[in-house]
Design a protein around this ligand. Structure first.
Ligand SMILES: *[C@@H]1O[C@H](CO)[C@@H](O)[C@H](O)[C@H]1NC(C)=O
Ligand SMILES: *[C@@H]1O[C@H](CO)[C@@H](O)[C@H](O)[C@H]1NC(C)=O
Ligand SMILES: *[C@@H]1O[C@H](CO)[C@@H](O)[C@H](O)[C@H]1NC(C)=O
Ligand SMILES: *[C@@H]1O[C@H](CO)[C@@H](O)[C@H](O)[C@H]1NC(C)=O
Length: 393
């Protein structure tokens, strides 16, 4: 080997040595030096926080999800009577808060038409922010940990955003414009605004902007999701943040445009909606139908969505036996393997963000990105060595 090739190899080896240190800095609150969002494997979306462990959509549920390695914390946005945007999934408070223990509120029970059916209960938009703050969240499912019931308050959209912004690494948000038809019917919005306008204003207030994977987006990643196509169209030119069109069960019509599942999953519709959204969020059992609790032959939904350059983020992955189809042998990792490696989805909504994170770290570790870069350099360096030998001999 001549001295110049030694110098090249020495330089490469030094470079390899240096680059084997983490490419990202240690956790820090400084936006510029925070560990970035991973973008090399499907997104881990913490559905209502780590709600398999803690009451859904509460501060501790989101903090736990961040601690467990989620990429995005997910939430549903509804509104209080006084027009404050709140994180809450159900339009009624009965099943996930202690409202029925509050005698002072029991006369608020109402029946309203919600998505073409009558629903009875205590509706979130009949309560002011101050009243909502006196309630405490509780677990929805009796088979999940009940010890945190009655401990944590409902949070506002702004409090939720602050939790993400406060995290020591970049954590994305994934808020849903929930039940917009109902919110626009029952809540008075200022100066002729709509629920969707106020929703976008709050995101702007906290600096959320930019198209998918743009520099601004990577600093504060956000997907806006909705089941209502007219809400996604309405905000189209109010924010360039990426939007996800949620798709309900095969027999449910859209709440705003009264379209069928068949209509909104047609190639014709994908061709239209792809101007407004970067992806779809279907219920997983509509992508791969289920019979007698066994998954059947997959539909072509993912292939067709991908052909239209639409991402697919199905919902909802849950560890418990009652949610796992028999093909997966009661093993949530088998289910993740199937959806990530066979179905090739781009993101997953999960109630157990920690499980998905461990699965992904074992099968596709974050350090692999960096290892791949090192392998490439080593290959180049070995090629130079091979190339130099014949010259010398
Ligand atoms: C809801 O209840 C009202 C009053 O009973 C009735 O007039 C209306 O048709 C019901 N709506 C639906 C969708 O069932
Ligand atoms: C953000 O972090 C600061 C400093 O640790 C803390 O005082 C504040 O309560 C946090 N806010 C939220 C919403 O988590
Ligand atoms: C947004 O789009 C609507 C119709 O699609 C149009 O009337 C309006 O002027 C647009 N606004 C901006 C700011 O581009
Ligand atoms: C939705 O469409 C169906 C089928 O065309 C129709 O029967 C139904 O009345 C429509 N509902 C509404 C609320 O427009």
């Amino acid at each position: 080997m001549n001295s110049s090739s030694v110098a090249i190899i020495t330089f490469l080896l030094l470079f390899i040595k240096c680059s084997s240190r983490p490419l990202y800095p240690l956790p820090s609150n400084d936006e510029k030096t925070k560990m970035p969002l991973q973008t090399f494997r499907p997104f881990n979306v913490a559905h209502r926080g780590s709600n398999g462990e803690l009451p859904e959509e509460t501060g501790p549920s989101y903090l736990r999800a961040i601690e467990e390695g989620t990429d995005f914390i997910e939430t549903d946005i509804l509104a209080s009577k006084d027009g404050v945007l709140m994180c809450h999934h159900d339009v009624i408070l009965d099943d996930t808060t202690d409202v029925l223990d509050h005698k002072e509120f029991l006369d608020r029970k109402r029946t309203y038409e919600v998505e073409r059916a009558n629903m009875t209960g205590l509706f979130i938009f009949d309560f002011t922010l101050e009243e909502l703050k006196t309630l405490r969240a509780k677990q929805r499912y009796s088979f999940r940990d009940q010890q945190y019931n009655g401990k944590f308050p409902i949070i506002t959209f702004e409090e939720y955003i602050q939790i993400a912004v406060n995290a020591s690494r970049v954590v994305g948000i994934y808020p849903e414009i929930k039940s917009p038809v109902l919110m626009n019917q029952h809540v008075k919005w200022p100066k002729g605004k709509r629920f969707e306008d106020v929703f976008v204003e709050i995101l702007k207030k906290y600096g959320y902007k930019g198209s998918y994977r743009s520099k601004e987006w990577l600093k504060k990643p956000c997907f806006i999701q909705s089941f209502a196509p007219s809400s996604l169209l309405h905000i189209h030119n109010k924010t360039d943040l990426p939007k996800i069109f949620l798709i309900d069960d095969v027999d449910v019509r859209t709440q705003d445009t009264n379209q069928t599942y068949q209509e909104i999953t047609s190639d014709h519709y994908f061709n239209f909606i792809k101007e407004y959204v970067v992806g779809i969020g279907p219920w997983k059992d509509t992508i791969v139908p289920v019979k007698d609790n066994y998954i059947q032959k997959p539909t072509d939904l993912i292939a067709r969505a991908h052909a239209h350059n639409l991402q697919v983020h199905p919902y909802t992955f849950r560890n418990e036996n009652q949610f796992l189809h028999f093909n997966f042998c009661e093993d949530p990792y088998m289910e993740y393997d199937y959806w990530i490696n066979t179905m090739e989805v781009d993101g997953l909504f999960t109630d157990f963000t920690g499980s998905l994170h461990r699965y992904q770290e074992w099968t596709s570790p974050r350090s692999a990105e960096e290892r791949d870069a090192n392998r490439l350099l080593q290959k180049i360096s070995s090629m130079i060595v091979k190339f130099e030998f014949p010259i010398r001999t």
